[in-house]
Write a protein that binds this ligand. Structure first.
Ligand code: AMP
Length: 293
C-alpha cells in the first residue's frame, strides 16, 4: 500500500532520502476526492520524475466564511487507491494544525493577477492558495509541480509567484479533463443533484460555443462575452458569477482576443459554483485567419 504520512518531518525525511540517491521529485498538490482530472496530473508527474508526492489537504485558509470548507467531500482511502494505481510514491495528508501551528501569522499575498475573475468573488482565496502552495513547495522541495488548466487563474498565479519569489520549481500546466458529456471533472460535481447535473452542461456547451466563435474569427471580447452570457442564461438553473476575457499571463482584462488569451467563467448551478475556461493560443488564431475569417 502507498505510504501515507501526516507530518512535515516524515515528508521531508522521505524526500531527502530520495534526493540523496539523486532521484527527481514531482509534486501534485490537491484537496483530495481525486478523479481522472487529478489522475492526469499524477500520470504526467510519474512519467517525468523518479518519485511523485501527492498532497491531500483541504486548506481552510482558501475558503471564505460562507463557502463549502466543512462540506467539501473527503475520502482518503479511495484517494490512496487512485494514487497507488497511478504510480505515486507518497501521500502527504496533514491536519490543519500541522500546517498552521499556534500563532501562525505569515502569508504569501499577490496583487495584480488575483484581482479579477475568482479573486473578485472570493477575495481571500488566492492568499490562502499562495500561502499553502509556498508552504507545500518548502516542505516537498519538488523539481516539478503539476497544476490543471481547469483552475486557469490559479495556474497563472502560481507561475507568477514562483517567478516573483525565485522558488526553484518548474510549474507544469495540464489540460482540462472532462466527463464524456463535456462537463469539466470536479470534486464539487458531487454536490449536483440529477436535475442540476444536466443543467451544469451549460458551462461546457458555452465553452465549446465560445471556442467555435473564436475559431470562426470573432476577436471582440465584449461580443464574445455577450454571446456566451446569453447562452448560459438559456438554462434556468444557472446564475452567472462572471464571464471574462483576460490575458493568461497577468489576468488583466482584454478588449480584443489575441494569442495567450484566457476566456473564463464561473456559474452557479443551484448552490454549486462551477468554473470552466478555454485558452486561445496564437496558433488557433493563425488557423482562423488562414481560413480568411
Ligand atoms: P483540487 O483538488 O480541486 O484543488 O485540484 C487539484 C489540482 O487538480 C489542481 O491543479 C486542479 O487544477 C487540478 N484539476 C482539478 N480538476 C481537473 C480537471 N478536470 N482537469 C485537469 N486538472 C484538474
Amino acid at each position: 500500500m502507498i505510504n501515507v504520512v501526516h507530518t512535515v518531518k516524515e515528508t521531508r525525511d522521505q524526500v531527502n532520502e530520495w534526493k540523496a540517491h539523486g532521484l527527481s521529485v514531482g509534486f501534485v498538490p490537491t484537496m483530495g476526492y481525486l478523479h481522472e482530472g487529478h489522475q492526469s496530473l499524477i500520470k504526467k508527474a510519474v512519467e517525468e520524475n523518479d518519485k511523485v508526492v501527492v498532497s491531500i489537504f483541504v486548506n481552510p485558509m482558501q475558503f471564505g466564511p460562507t463557502e463549502d470548507f466543512e462540506s467539501y467531500p473527503r475520502d482518503l482511502q479511495a484517494d490512496a487507491r487512485l494514487c497507488e494505481e497511478t504510480g505515486a510514491d507518497l501521500i502527504f495528508n496533514p491536519e490543519a494544525e500541522e500546517m498552521y501551528t499556534d500563532g501562525f501569522c505569515s502569508f504569501v499575498d499577490m496583487s495584480g493577477p488575483t484581482k479579477e475573475l475568482c479573486g473578485k468573488s472570493r477575495p481571500i482565496h488566492f492568499r490562502g492558495v499562495c500561502t499553502v502552495v509556498s508552504k507545500l513547495f518548502n516542505i516537498v522541495t519538488p523539481d516539478r509541480a503539476y497544476f490543471g488548466q481547469k483552475d486557469a487563474q490559479q495556474l497563472s498565479v502560481i507561475r507568477r509567484m514562483v517567478r516573483d519569489l525565485n522558488i526553484p520549481v518548474e510549474i507544469v500546466g495540464c489540460p482540462i479533463v472532462r466527463e464524456k458529456d463535456g462537463l469539466a471533472k470536479s470534486s464539487r460535481n458531487t454536490y449536483l443533484n440529477e436535475e442540476e447535473r444536466k443543467a451544469a452542461l451549460i458551462l461546457s456547451k458555452t465553452i465549446f460555443m465560445g471556442q467555435e466563435l473564436v475559431n470562426n474569427g470573432m476577436t471582440d471580447a465584449k461580443a464574445l462575452i455577450n454571446a456566451m452570457k446569453e447562452n448560459i442564461l438559456t438554462e434556468p438553473l444557472a446564475k452567472i458569477d462572471y464571464v471574462e476575457v483576460v490575458d493568461f499571463d497577468d489576468i488583466s482584462i482584454k478588449d480584443t482576443i489575441e494569442g495567450n488569451t484566457l476566456v473564463a467563467m464561473a456559474v452557479y448551478i443551484g448552490k454549486t459554483r462551477l468554473i470552466d475556461n478555454f485558452i486561445v493560443t496564437d496558433k488557433q488564431l493563425d488557423t482562423a485567419n488562414k481560413h480568411g475569417l
